[in-house]
Design a protein around this ligand. Structure first.
Ligand code: BEZ
Length: 385
């Protein structure tokens, strides 16, 4: 009897020990669902670079668990988003879903993350709903809401102009950023005289620019991004509008100044990152990024880096034990990140609270020349957390 009991105790001890070893050896799986083809390719790549840099700076592991990446090209295609997200959630059983750039794709990912209670970190997509009506304890955003970036540009333009036309892609990001812009511009005494829309990812700007030339507003607000913004500023300059009707946007010169040539020079924008932010944190980040990738980081790289910093805050609170999801979430909610962009904390809806800078495009840089809005928080009225 005594012998049997000892044998059973021994077996239990061995099982527990083996279980522990198996858990310790498990990798922490990060599902990166981002655009690696199409108009947002560079954005997806820079987010990936920033994310991997922050993890590499920590030695690529937390506790005794190594970090592993599983990557999916989402093609910025909303129709493929559910299948792609579920590959990572159900087939690969990732510990965190990181994505994406395109608002429409991210909305579908968030629904999949909500229904499976998978931790999700959004490194770009601004759809207001993600931290609004769709907000959830397991969904965080390390970038911005569309309302936030539109609002910052509206605040900047209201300091200088009384009338404006807006021009944007017709999908969540274009509609919502334009709404944020209009709110701040009209609050500051301006009037939006017309909104012009074109389908994503069209770059058929000519007819819209002809209409702008005849409307003659004092300024133009725009949201298109990635490769399309190069075509827009070039068309705008070629039609003789650049020096007559100033063109503004949050993204309009981000990461593309070299390709834009003279068409980008002098343009003003407002965003949560800028060149020339001379802080020890930002300078160290730039050096580390340049060493790793041989180029200077842009805002997308910063957003990727901060997405990883946010995840690491959760992981470190539980020494890498991702089964302690509630503790991870509490740590992520309360973290105050020392971001290259400046101090970064999170609202009740899990959206960034951050400064929005005024930038001027000079050479290959978007130089910080002032503050558009300090400590901007999206009120997220529809989030019921
Ligand atoms: C978006 O779809 O939310 C988005 C895409 C590119 C830049 C900014 C926002």
């Amino acid at each position: 009897m005594r012998k049997k009991l000892t044998a059973r105790l021994l077996a239990t001890a061995i099982l527990a020990a083996t279980g522990c070893v198996a858990h310790a050896a498990d990798t922490i799986k990060i599902g990166l669902m981002l655009p690696y083809s199409g108009t947002f390719t560079e954005l997806g790549q820079n987010i990936t670079n920033g994310f991997k840099l922050a993890i590499a700076e920590k030695g690529g592991k937390v506790g005794d668990r190594t970090i592993e990446y599983i990557t999916v090209d989402d093609e910025s295609a909303p129709a493929k988003a559910n299948e792609n997200a579920n590959k990572l959630i159900k087939r690969d059983k990732v510990d965190v879903l990181v994505g994406t750039v395109h608002s429409g794709v991210a909305l579908t990912m968030a629904r999949a993350a909500r229904s499976s209670n998978t931790l999700m970190i959004i490194p770009n997509a601004g759809a207001d709903e993600l931290t609004g009506a769709l907000c959830a304890p397991n969904i965080f955003r390390a970038s911005f809401s569309n309302w936030q970036v539109g609002y910052a540009v509206g605040a900047l333009m209201a300091q200088k102009h009384k009338t404006a036309v807006s021009l944007a892609w017709k999908y969540a990001a274009g509609d919502e950023q334009t709404a944020g812009f209009k709110e701040a511009f009209e609050k500051g005494g301006g009037k939006v005289v017309k909104h012009l829309a074109l389908p994503f990812p069209s770059t058929e700007f000519q007819p819209l620019l002809t209409e702008i030339a005849s409307l003659q507003p004092e300024a133009v607000y725009t949201f298109v991004a990635g490769a399309a913004q190069v075509k827009l500023t070039k068309d705008y300059e070629a039609m003789g509008l650049k020096d007559k009707i100033p063109l503004y946007g949050a993204w309009i010169t981000e990461g593309t100044l070299e390709a834009q040539g003279s068409s980008g020079q002098g343009l003003l924008s407002a965003l949560h990152y800028a060149d020339g932010l001379d802080t020890p944190r930002n300078n160290a980040f730039i050096e580390s990024y340049k060493k790793a990738y041989g180029e200077v980081p842009d805002v997308f790289a910063v957003q990727g880096y901060d997405s990883a910093q946010l995840f690491l805050a959760g992981l470190e609170a539980v020494q890498g034990d991702t089964s302690k999801k509630k503790e991870m979430i509490t740590a992520m909610e309360n973290v105050k990140l020392d971001s290259p962009r400046g101090p970064l904390s999170f609202s009740k809806s899990h959206n960034p609270i951050m400064d929005m800078y005024i930038r001027e495009a000079k050479g290959d840089q978007n130089i910080m020349i002032g503050m558009a809005v300090e400590g901007l928080e999206d009120p997220s009225p529809d989030c019921k957390l």
